[in-house]
Design a protein around this ligand. Sequence first.
Ligand code: M6R
Length: 620
Amino acid sequence: MCGIVGYVGYRDALGVVVDALRRMEYRGYDSAGVAILDGAGSISVERRAGRLANLEAELAEAGTAFAGTTGMGHTRWATHGAPTDRNAHPHRDTTGKVAVVHNGIIENFVPLRRELEDAGVELSSDTDTEVTVHLVSRAYESGPTAGDFVGSALTVLRRLEGAFTLVFTHADHPGTIVAARRSTPLVVGVGKNEMFIASDVTAFIEHTREAVELGQDQAVVITADGYTVTDFHGGADVPTRPFTIDWDLAAAEKGGHDYFMLKEIEEQPVGVADTLIGHFAGGRIVLDEQRLADQELREFDKVFVVACGSSYHAGLLAKYAIEHWTRLPVEVELASEFRYRDPVLDRSTLVVAISQSGETADTLEAVRHAKEQKARVLAICNTNGAQIPRESDAVLYTRTGPEIGVASTKAFLAQITANYLVGLALAQARGTKYPDEVAREFGELEAMPRLVERVLASAENVRAIARQFAHERTVLFLGRHVGYPVALEGALKLKELAYMHAEGFAAGELKHGPIALIEDGLPVIVVMPSPKGRAVLHSKLLSNIREIQARGARTIVIAEEGDDTVRPFADHLIEIPVAPTLYQPLLSTVPLQIFAAEVAQARGYDIDKPRNLAKSVTVE
Ligand code: M6R
């Protein structure tokens, strides 16, 4: 979702800002813009619909007009108003002196817009954002905050409803940027004689690894010399969290791959291994950051898992593990549906909120709802200090580094791994597994990264198969038991990357309707269970394959090495190493990621930035 950057320092602000916007492209956007202060009382603004390259082409023609050492930039993912030049940010007031960029939604923009129009202000866009810049301008012109840029911004912030990160600049105050956040992200980058603010640290990691995380309803004023954080009333006694970014620029760059997604697929063994590190010591599962005492883990009588998209599919897998190991009932909910159906929650409910970004608005609202109902919330998150872990009672971080590609890959495998850790911690505390059983499970998990490496080593076979199916209209995915969420995830990857119609089904449901879709030549990808671990399901799925082959389907079968019974039914076979049933999704998902990426590339699509999608979905 929208990416924001602001810079005050000694460098050419335009270069810093455009580089930062490029790094934040992965968040998803449909227009981009910059504002640079010249230090002599004016602001130059350029903004363009479409890719950043469109904006850069305009800037190249503008020559030296954008010289200055204070500036800000924005990549917009449209909510209010079409993705056009006039709706792109930054927006300016009618004097051209004040500029703003915004992420989020100003929910009370309609009455604010009416108030401005009644006062004779002509607005020039369809956005909710624009009202804020006119309001700051008017507060600066007259009244108690006349001539006070920071005071004017704070006055306006107090009037706003909704979710927002806002950044204001004023041409008569070069060298000062005022920014604020409520429910959407904003971090400060602390350099030497230069300061940054941004939606995420990738924007400034090239220049500094020292950062400060802002809390809810906080404003920050940055100058080249430092920063001051206050609440919206100017009160300075507010909690912030300084931190050092523990990954470097290389981690956020492509490392020799054409796409971040391909690099991130390769990084999966390390991501799974790193997520496990340090979580088994003294013969026990240890979840230090979890902040939930064994006593509490014993007292839960129900678990809800809430998440969106791929994280939801990871959540579906949590159900199999947690119920199997603990006998606790687990419900898995789409976060966007959760709070609207009045779920039964109380103090003895554990809600596990899974989010790579930790920013997803639907999941955040589900967390808030759960907390209002007195449930305890454990976040599984890949982004240190993001809003969801901040608002949760406890957090277990996946440690797979920044995920830049919009399609979730390494975060998905790390989330599955973290789910298993939560399941084992619950089983350990509740005594539903003996210590030696917990130790054995952890040992099996520790072996998984090596097996994921073996799947990656046979990627070329998957790519060759994928190329043969690159121009199909529809692909179906079938699975049973833990293979079912994998089928859903495989279909999601193909939809979002290749824009191809894809559906995942529980294979047992075929005969209840979906089998009507099978026609001559239709590609169907089947995720087979282990013939040893799940013999009954294996034979049932073999029957399902026969049923669809009889109706003309072409089958691509993902099966365990040595599973010879499946060979006669596989038009194409993708083998994965033998693994315990619950852990098989860590392997069977990987070929589906590779398949989708290859199909999308064969169709000529940008797999890092699929159309219409944003990496962090910060609106409901
Ligand atoms: O950051 P989150 O894990 O909360 O994001 C949830 C979904 O938006 C995300 O998984 C999305 O479905 C991905 N594009 C899937 O590849």
